[in-house]
Design a protein around this ligand. Structure first.
Ligand code: PSU
Ligand code: MN
Length: 312
């Protein structure tokens, strides 16, 4: 179980007053990550997305808390200027859980991944988090050992991550295996097939399913009441009108992977490179899909957070 610490007693943590008030009132709060802003989309769509997603969360009755590290402080809830800095400053690193102590100790800026955002959300007492896509087991992991820290964080941090599934730049089957091994429920909302980010279908059966955000909230309640610590991956398929079908997407992804191999990229640079390359190859269409699915995830996360708060 994530350690329970009074947020105000935590060093290094700055909770925005609006978020702190919502948490104190046990009102619904939704965490949002910042790697998607700094390294997941080009400017200016990234900052428009970041602000738009906060609006979606508010519209559905929850308070948004975008998370990043700024000047070594763990920030939970950002100002418009801070969002703009993350969207434009090329010096903002992509930081995962392993990077947090260095970024904090040296007073640096960092855009947080799903893993590090989950950890900071949990420190602040936030249980529901919306993102675009989570990391997973990379293709060829048998050789590279490249397994996203997002999967490890899901194993032990008590946060529900709403994502559009796992894109097929990753090995979806192995990603689902690792989640199972670690006891992480991978649950698809409203479908029996696990979604593949840009596409509603992946060809993989979803390990678990729920019909509504309310059911998802009851799953969270039951999981943590049972003492089953760790996260939940709630997969929310991209809206049909915004998807790029899997058979079409396959060729684009193969192309992007070939281009990446030709450049010899490895490690943390691979996901940002592939996202950017796929935007180029699809001539901007994947970016429209990406924004639509993040907004859809923000809506569902807000609905889950509201339902979870109502369970008391
Ligand atoms: N997938 C996306 N957009 C993103 C990411 C993943 O569609 O911005 C980011 C998230 O922050 C995720 C991270 O946590 O990439 C995973 O990186 P890696 O594969 O290096 O663990
Ligand atoms: Mn990696």
């Amino acid at each position: 179980m994530t350690q329970r610490i009074t947020p105000t007693a935590l060093p290094y943590l700055d909770i925005h007053p609006e978020v702190a008030a919502a948490l104190a009132a046990r009102h619904a709060v939704v965490a949002l990550e910042s790697t998607i802003i700094s390294h997941g989309m080009p400017f200016p769509q990234n900052v428009e997305m970041a602000r738009g997603v906060e609006d979606v969360v508010r519209f559905h009755g929850a308070v948004p808390a975008t998370i990043a590290v700024l000047g070594g402080r763990l920030k939970v809830g950002l100002s418009t200027d801070e969002l703009h800095l993350l969207a434009t400053d090329k010096g903002v690193d992509k930081i995962s859980t392993r990077d947090l102590p260095v970024t904090v100790a040296l007073g640096q800026h960092g855009a947080t991944t799903v893993a590090s955002t989950m950890r900071i959300a949990a420190l602040a007492g936030i249980r529901v988090f919306a993102t675009g896509g989570t990391g997973g087991v990379h293709r060829g992991a048998g050789q590279t050992m490249d397994v996203s820290a997002d999967l490890l964080e899901l194993a032990h941090t008590d946060v529900c991550v709403v994502s559009a599934g796992v894109k097929s730049i990753l090995d979806i089957g192995l990603t689902l295996e690792v989640l199972e091994t670690q006891g992480v429920p991978a649950i698809t909302l409203g479908e029996t097939e696990f979604p593949a980010f840009y596409s509603r279908r992946s060809g993989f059966k979803s390990p678990l399913s729920v019909a509504t955000p309310d059911e998802a909230a009851r799953v969270l309640k039951a999981k943590w009441a049972l003492g089953l610590s760790g996260g939940v991956l709630l997969a929310n398929p991209v809206p049909a009108e915004a998807e790029i079908p899997a058979d079409e997407m396959g060729a684009h992804i193969e192309q992007a992977l070939r281009d990446m191999d030709a450049l010899g990229l490895t490690g943390k640079d691979t996901t940002p490179y592939l996202l950017g390359r796929i935007v180029e190859i699809t001539e901007g269409r994947s970016l429209i899909t990406n924004i639509a699915l993040v907004r859809n995830n923000a809506m569902v996360a807000a609905q889950v957070a509201v339902a979870y708060a109502a369970l008391g």
